[in-house]
Design a protein around this ligand. Structure first.
Ligand code: NAP
Length: 401
């Protein structure tokens, strides 16, 4: 079969039976992980479509592999191919010490305007977790991916720029300690609302009960507080008949048939997710709050080895491992490929091949239930058998639904 590019028209993906999907295998353990993941993806697509569908994977290079081949850590051609094909998947990449290159993630985010970092977090039965009831947490975090600290402007303490700004702020009646460093976090109505819209759309489409806006508006009223206000505003103006603010539901209880829009202060949210996880479903957050929450939630259900992620915009998406290259395990066929495999499941869901996503998740659940898992899980699962990356993939394929 020869592939065809995915297209995007009127807010919808147009996915052929043989889509071309670019991939970056990644550095360190990336090749081990990609080999295993690709076999799982191909088997799941074949099984769910009766052989009618197949992905044509197209390799593009970045990171160390690109540097060795082209002298460039991030070739323009890689960016061009991803842009032309709209949806891509990547393994982890080495960040060269000392800097000097543009981060691939930042470059892709900017080029394709991938304004939502989407991280579903759920527990897989049998996975060791630090809390008593990890299964109660099942959230999907929509984190704004362009503004806030990612658009942050900083000036070093005692620099001319910082001193000038302090003087200007004093002229505006604001007191800043002399010699301070200055940081600015820009957040816009446009950037906040399009993120919240994506979160609400997901809640409606997936039948999820609530969207919680997580902010620090008690302290930063015009950035974090505005995120909350803009969130409620867009829920009302764009989804007035499908959503309801928590305050209008009678303490958030009872089935209203609509998506309940709540808000929580960020620090309290960390407690809530530990103490009352079942009350939360979709979270919409500014950039920095979401950064912290994503990793905390992943840890709560057993760690980053099974935490998928996607950077999604309008008509473009890049899915990726949420862990790094774990270089000490490179080439040993040892590492857990679960993060990339579950990121692929997310990708297929987004493209409308939900049955592929479901099959992959059933495969992972089955492999874990059978106790055939990679070292990271096996070392904490009494009675489990440690298997290699490739054998874990075999076990997932055996259990594809
Ligand atoms: P790391 O690669 O995530 O590895 C840290 C430790 O986490 C590993 O030693 C291993 O723990 C565990 N781990 C990571 N991935 C795992 C997996 N798939 N299965 C099981 N265990 C896993 O973090 P790092 O060592 O700080 O970073 C290495 C390189 O990756 C750096 O160049 C960093 O910049 C880069 N990085 C890239 C990305 C990305 O591309 N998205 C993200 C983060 C870091 P044990 O030792 O306990 O087995």
């Amino acid at each position: 079969m020869s592939g065809t590019p995915i297209q995007y028209r009127d807010g919808r993906w147009i996915v052929p039976d043989t889509p071309i999907i670019p991939f970056i295998e990644g550095d360190g353990t990336g090749p081990d992980i990609w080999r295993a993941s690709r076999r799982v993806f191909d088997a799941a697509v074949r099984k769910t479509s009766g052989g009618k569908r197949a992905v044509e994977w197209r390799e593009v290079v970045a990171g160390e592999k690109a540097f060795k081949a082209t002298g460039n850590w991030l070739p323009e051609e890689t960016l061009d191919v991803i842009r032309a094909h709209r949806v891509a998947i990547k393994g982890p990449l080495t960040t060269p010490v000392g800097g000097g290159i543009r981060s691939l993630n930042v470059a892709l985010r900017q080029l394709l305007d991938l304004y939502a970092c989407v991280r579903p977090v759920r527990w897989f039965k049998g996975v060791p977790a630090p809390v008593k009831e990890p299964g109660k947490l099942n959230v999907i975090i929509f984190r704004e991916n362009i503004e806030d600290v990612y658009a942050g402007i900083e000036f070093q303490a005692e620099s001319k720029e910082a001193n000038d700004l302090i003087a200007r702020l004093e002229a505006l009646g604001k007191k800043v300690r002399a010699g301070s460093a200055i940081g600015i976090k820009p957040m816009s109505r446009f950037g906040s609302q399009r993120l919240v819209v994506k979160a609400i759309r997901h809640a409606i489409d997936a039948g999820r009960p609530s969207v919680t806006l997580v902010h620090k508006g008690n302290i930063m009223k015009f950035t974090e507080g505005a995120f909350r206000d803009w969130g409620y505003e867009v829920a009302k103006t764009q989804f007035g008949d499908r959503t309801i603010p928590e305050a209008e539901t009678g303490a958030g209880k009872g089935d209203t048939g609509r998506v309940v829009i709540k808000d929580r202060i960020a620090d309290s949210m960390f407690q809530q997710l530990l103490l009352r996880p079942a009350e939360y479903s979709v979270l919409a957050t500014p950039n920095l709050n979401g950064d912290y929450l994503s990793d905390a939630c992943a840890a709560q259900v057993g760690g980053l080895g099974l935490a998928p992620g996607g950077n999604v915009g309008d008509g473009y998406a890049v899915y990726e491992a949420t862990h790094g290259t774990a270089p000490k395990y490179a080439g040993l066929d040892k590492i857990n490929p679960g993060s990339v495999i579950l990121s692929g499941a997310m990708m297929f869901e987004e493209l409308g091949w939900s049955e592929v996503g479901r099959a992959i998740i059933a495969g992972i659940e089955g492999a874990i239930a059978a106790g055939r898992v990679t070292y990271d899980l096996a070392r904490q699962m009494p009675g489990a058998t440690e298997v290699s990356t490739s054998t874990f993939a075999d076990a997932i394929i055996e259990h594809l639904a």
